[in-house]
Design a protein around this ligand. Structure first.
Ligand code: TYM
Length: 343
């Protein structure tokens, strides 16, 4: 069966980009795939986190999954640090991946800035842990936003190099597929109108947790009032909406708001423009605000309710971790013998 894995970092406020680029897309995949959704707390500590904040943010991400419609019985929902095999496989991958591969990662370069001597070693090795997350479950498909594309290419490179480096041992252990490969070469699922949601203040900057302006993003915990205000204040150009998608080229703010409307209504941008083309922002923004409030405000309420019931959330994460561990350990039994570790 095709298997989906995706992860979200518990490192501060979840926002509309996380929802439309990833979490919302997790839900329908439950119909067609085996689905595993992970709160990647070990990734979060690559930059310093207050322990209490980390606990709260971990429950917040789990609550968002569930409030969005991920069913923790059908899907496996867990936090990464409860399945220690992630760390074990990441070490093996640290020894397969090359320094040069990691040094080329744009997310590392952005986060490290000019002062790369003084960031954690974990931040540099981050993509190796991400490859371990995915390949531990031999996941075939990974739904993510556009910003994770390069990390997924690296995951493919690690799978290919492991399969080549250990080709003979994989054969000797009888652990490969028809082509002798142990790990699958994973397909990214980066599709739809919302793979890269931009800041509401500046259509050329990605919507992100780290933007100092609260007005730049819609938080998944925002109430109806805040959601509507942020959309009405969003930066736009003065022109009216175009009639076709080509008319959005070089209009980043318009492109972004139309993309958000499309994603929230499960339409294409072309369908949205067929409805709103030729109209001004005075018509479109209130319609978008109504749509966003109708979808996001109830979800925020449900998230709050779940976060307050931390015992239930923690029990869901424990149960998910147990089911994840069974799959992960089966992979590691093979990996240990392939590599040559004695048991
Ligand atoms: P993270 O926690 O930064 O983001 C979680 C998900 O949200 C997507 N995303 C966006 N999508 C559209 N527009 C945006 N502005 C936007 N901002 C964020 C991200 O692409 C991501 O899908 N490295 C990953 C976490 C991770 C992971 C994994 C993902 C760890 N292991 C294994 C997939 C598989 C990250 O930092 O995502």
């Amino acid at each position: 069966t095709p298997r989906v894995f995706s992860g979200i970092q518990p490192s501060g406020d979840l926002h509309l980009g996380n929802y439309l680029g990833a979490i919302r897309r997790f839900v329908p995949l439950q119909e067609t795939h085996e689905t595993i959704y992970c709160v990647v707390d070990m990734h979060a500590i690559t930059v310093r986190q207050e322990p209490d904040d980390l606990r709260r943010a971990t429950r917040e991400v789990a609550a968002a999954f569930i409030a969005a419609g991920v069913d923790p019985k059908r899907s496996i929902v867990f936090n990464q640090s409860q399945v220690i095999q992630h760390a074990e496989l990441a070490w093996v991958f640290n020894c397969v991946a090359r320094m040069g591969w990691m040094a080329r990662m744009t997310q590392f370069k952005d986060k490290a800035g000019k002062n790369s001597e003084n960031v954690s070693l974990g931040l540099f090795a981050y993509p190796s842990l991400m490859a371990a997350d995915i390949l531990l479950y031999k996941a075939t498909h990974v739904p993510v936003g556009d910003d994770q594309k390069q990390h997924l290419e690296l995951t493919r490179d690690i799978a290919i190099k492991f399969n080549n480096d250990y080709r003979d041992s994989i054969a000797a252990q009888n652990a490969g597929d028809d082509e002798g490969a142990f790990f699958p070469v994973t397909e990214p699922l980066i599709a739809g109108p919302a793979t890269r949601i931009m800041s509401l203040r500046d259509g050329t900057k990605k919507m992100s947790k780290s933007d100092p302006s609260d007005q730049s993003r819609i938080s998944l915990l925002d109430d109806a009032d805040a959601i509507a205000k942020k959309i009405k204040k969003a930066t736009t150009d003065p022109a009216e909406l175009p009639h076709d998608v080509e008319g959005l080229a070089s209009r980043p703010e318009a492109d972004n708001l139309v993309g958000i409307y499309a994603a929230l209504s499960d339409k294409t941008k072309a369908e949205v423009l067929a409805e709103f083309g030729g109209q001004g922002w005075g018509k479109f923004k209130p319609a978008l605000a109504d749509l966003a409030v109708a979808q996001l405000a109830p979800m925020a309420g449900e998230m709050r309710r779940l976060i307050d019931d931390s015992e239930t959330i923690d029990a869901i994460l424990r149960d998910g971790a147990e089911r994840a561990r069974a799959i992960a350990e089966a992979t590691m039994v093979d990996v240990r013998s392939i590599v040559g570790f004695i048991r």
